[in-house]
Ligand binder design. Structure first.
Ligand code: LLP
Length: 430
């Protein structure tokens, strides 16, 4: 990738910090974020809204990377955040996220999680199904409380992405379907609840999307719904949430639209459709996760054993793997790697970079074009900032890695490495 930073020593650097220094100081595997890159992406998302002078909110989908330090950074930048579990809600609140800027998603929010959200008076609960309406109604009555809610619509749009991460289609487990009349029925049910303040509508068409087309189709669909519901129920949406899914670059083959261009095309479409429908202009919300965190991090590993099967393949093993990055195994996701101590060296071999887990599918990079590597070289896998740490596991009782934030030549540990003792935290001696 051309985007990587190489310092005067000829080493890969992250946020102005030498990656070899990071590896020596914190050990490997280590996930290292370039904070300035996160901030630059935030600015790109905001810029188009600000230029167009339209009301908006960017809510970071914290499932991409949830850490106290990330919530702190995000809230300082004025963003909201999206949580999808009691655990994420707990972390967001601990991370200093103002409750009114938190929105809560999920297809099976537990009664205890809904209670938490109501008690914390969060910004909005994105209601997903009829059971949730019933639970919420009961909780609000018991607690003598009110809640801001948003209706999640399954808009029936297929985003062009991997089927496991496309969510907008009609047979999705998320949201109220439109065609069968579920969405309208849900709206009526919520409007009839005086304790529910229906603030708007939401849809999310999928993830790792490269072109604006799906979003523009979603705008059309959502605004036509709003028009219909305005006529029938005098319902005015204060906000139109178009979800996340803005694609990022993992390898040079990926060419997503830049964040600001996604946003400006969305704004143009909303303006056109809302004006044509003669509706009040809603706040436009988006929920990027991957696009804020993904390209900002690299994972540093130490090279270990090697296996050459002449004429067949060559394996280079590293000290992490599917426990810190399940995406290649789960989605056949592609990544690029560089040797951090010699990123410019002649690339002389094609190898399969594998992890240390007892599983043949534990592959990090297939067909990696690399210089000849030796044990103790530091290998960096690029663009690992989203859905890496958050999907990490302790498979094989491997500790999860440490995470460090780097900016202006300074490094700050934000998640420490797990110890073997941590791994037994929940085990009971019997
Ligand atoms: N909003 C909603 C309602 C979502 O369901 C998601 C992602 C997002 C926002 C953020 O999407 P993003 O901007 O990050 O693409 N583990 C998978 C991705 C699952 C995404 C689930 N929902 C992966 O590693 O690719």
């Amino acid at each position: 990738s051309e985007a990587i930073e190489i310092n005067e020593a000829g080493h890969l650097a992250v946020g102005g910090v030498d990656s070899l220094k990071l590896a020596a100081k914190y050990g490997t595997p280590l996930i290292a974020y370039d904070v300035a890159q996160i901030k630059a992406q935030i600015r790109r998302f905001k810029q188009a809204f600000i230029a167009a002078k339209v009301p908006y909110r960017v809510t970071y989908a914290s499932k991409a990377f949830s850490a106290l330090a990330m919530y702190q950074l995000i809230s300082k930048e004025g963003l909201g955040c999206d949580v999808v579990s009691g655990g994420e809600l707990y972390a967001a609140l601990k991370g200093g996220m103002p409750p009114e800027k938190i929105e809560f998603h999920g297809n099976n929010k537990l009664p205890a999680e809904l209670e938490m959200a109501v008690a914390a008076k969060i910004g909005c609960i994105v209601v997903d199904n009829f059971q949730e309406i019933a639970f919420l109604k009961q909780i609000l009555a018991e607690k003598d409380a009110t809640a801001a809610v948003v209706l999640r619509v399954a808009p029936g749009i297929e985003a062009e992405t991997h089927k496991y991460i496309s969510t907008g289609q009609e047979n999705s487990k998320f949201g109220f379907d439109v065609r069968s009349g579920q969405a309208e029925k849900a709206l009526k049910a919520m409007l009839a609840e005086p304790r529910m303040n229906v603030r708007g509508v939401h849809c999310h068409i999928g993830s790792q999307i490269f072109a604006a087309k799906g979003f523009l189709m979603a705008v059309q669909k959502m605004v036509s719904l709003l028009k219909d519901w305005h006529e029938k129920y005098d319902f005015t949406a204060e906000l139109l949430n178009l979800g996340g899914g803005f694609g990022t670059r993992y390898t040079d083959a990926d060419e997503p639209l830049p964040a600001n261009e996604f946003v400006s095309q969305i704004i143009t479409a909303v303006k056109e459709q809302i004006t044509a429908a003669k509706l009040k202009f809603p706040e436009i919300w988006i929920e990027p996760g991957r696009a804020l965190a993904g390209e900002a991090a690299v994972t540093l590993y130490t090279v270990g054993s090697r296996k050459d099967v002449e004429g067949v393949c060559h394996f280079v093993s590293v000290d992490g793997g599917m426990g810190d990055n399940i995406r290649p195994a789960l989605y056949q996701a592609k990544y690029e790697a560089v040797v951090a101590n010699k990123p410019r060296a002649l690339k002389e071999q094609i190898v399969t970079v594998v992890g240390k887990y007892c599983e043949s599918g534990d592959i990090l990079v297939r067909d990696a074009l690399l210089p000849i590597t030796h044990p103790s070289d530091i290998l960096a896998v690029l663009s690992t900032g989203a859905y890496g740490y958050t999907m990490a596991s302790n498979y094989n009782r491997n500790p999860r890695p440490a995470v460090v934030f780097c900016e202006d030549g300074q490094d700050q540990l934000v998640i420490r490495r797990e110890t073997y003792a941590d791994l037994l935290n929940c085990d009971l001696e019997v």
